[in-house]
Design a protein around this ligand. Structure first.
Ligand code: SF4
Length: 364
């Protein structure tokens, strides 16, 4: 894939390593030269092609003339009282995307976890009823350079000794709806001469685009989180329009058939909405859906906001659900709400793009 600007320049960071080799060969260089350049782009964080070293002057000049290095434009950063940070980036055509950095709320022994939640699209076409990003509709797909750029440019702002340990594709957009660009970006993120993330530390979330789910699982041992949120076809259709195209039954069959690496589990996200999907019958159906599957359930009490009439269940109800599932052998966690004061919590991304008032106290 080559992405070119109006001036006909190639977006180098939207190329896979293979793509970079082909590009460099076309400029008269070698695969060795491509390796030297690749490492400088991602390990040395070079931002100016004219500053590349270890290649001939002629190749450097050709790169300056024919290619460019994409950088996201920072709009602002919001800091939550709980340590969560939201990075908002401005796009050249207008609009914004967001990335959210989430420190571990309960650091366990060993290295503390620092998770970066990244966006894959501008807006989203999936229109899940409970999600504010869905209100935007899809504006466009993010290019690979804009996906890995979120990781690289947030990394630049970390304190000495800090490191992003986990990546989750749970920001704006449905990652599998931008699959070709996602695959290139994942290749760069996993490459040990670039970002060197372990497959186990990168999770791709999906509403259930079944063919794309099967394709990515066949290509990459990445971890998956399936946004489930309902236990019957009818109920899921009401809140997740994608169910009209790929039924719950089809989705669960695909999940059962994925070639998962040994000991891997799919995470099933379940946004709990009081009076809609939190009855005893829902709970029993959820357990039956998980029965015998290598799964982990993540219960997400709905983050209330004035734009929706959906209510959050009580903490007791959430605990009851967790207890019920755990005692029946289903690994179950509850997602603790983070960053609500800066609209960085699940389902709240995109408020800035909708003209949200930024709370002054949160400006970092
Ligand atoms: S929940 Fe995810 S897939 Fe659904 S509308 Fe929101 S961003 Fe899109």
């Amino acid at each position: 894939m080559t992405v070119q600007t109006a001036e006909g320049k190639t977006d180098l960071k939207s190329l896979s390593f293979q793509g970079l080799c082909e590009f460099v060969r076309a400029l008269g260089g070698s695969d060795h030269n491509a390796g030297v350049i690749w490492r400088q782009l991602y390990l040395a964080d070079v931002t100016d092609l004219g500053a590349l070293t270890g290649i001939t002057r002629a190749l450097r000049a050709a790169l300056v003339e024919r290619a460019y290095l994409h950088r996201l434009t920072p709009a602002f950063v919001l800091d939550s009282h709980d340590g969560t940070r939201k990075f908002v980036w401005s796009l050249p055509e207008g609009g914004q995307i967001e990335s959210v950095l989430i420190p571990d709320s309960m650091p366990s022994r060993g290295r503390p976890r620092l998770t970066l939640c990244i966006s894959s699209q501008v807006g989203c076409a999936m229109a899940c009823r409970f999600c504010l990003t869905g209100d935007l509709g899809l504006k466009r797909n993010l290019r690979p350079s804009e996906i890995v750029g979120q990781v690289q440019q947030v990394r630049e702002q970390l304190a000495p000794g800090q490191r992003i340990t986990n990546l989750v594709f749970m920001g704006m957009g449905e990652p599998l709806h931008n699959l070709d660009n996602l695959i290139i970006a994942l290749g760069t993120l996993f490459d040990d001469a670039a970002f060197n993330f372990s497959h186990r530390k990168v999770t791709v979330s999906t509403v259930g685009l079944v063919p794309q789910l099967r394709r990515l699982a066949a290509l990459s041992p990445v971890s998956f989180a399936v946004s489930l949120n309902a236990t019957t076809e009818e109920q899921r259709r009401q809140i997740m329009p994608i169910t009209r195209r790929y039924s719950l039954d089809e989705l669960m069959r695909a999940c059962r058939e994925l070639p998962l690496a040994h000991s891997k589990r799919i995470t099933y996200e379940y946004v709990m909405m009081e009076g809609f999907n939190t009855s005893d019958d829902d709970l029993e159906r959820l357990w039956r859906l998980m029965d015998g599957l290598p799964s982990k359930v993540n219960l997400i009490p709905y983050n209330e906001n004035p734009d929706r009439e959906i209510r959050r269940p009580s903490a007791d109800r959430v605990r009851e659900w967790q207890h019920y599932l755990v005692t029946r052998g289903v690994q179950t966690s509850v997602r603790h709400t983070r960053g609500t004061d800066i609209s960085a919590a699940c389902g709240q991304l995109g408020k800035a793009s909708l003209g949200e008032q930024i709370p002054e106290a949160a400006l970092g």
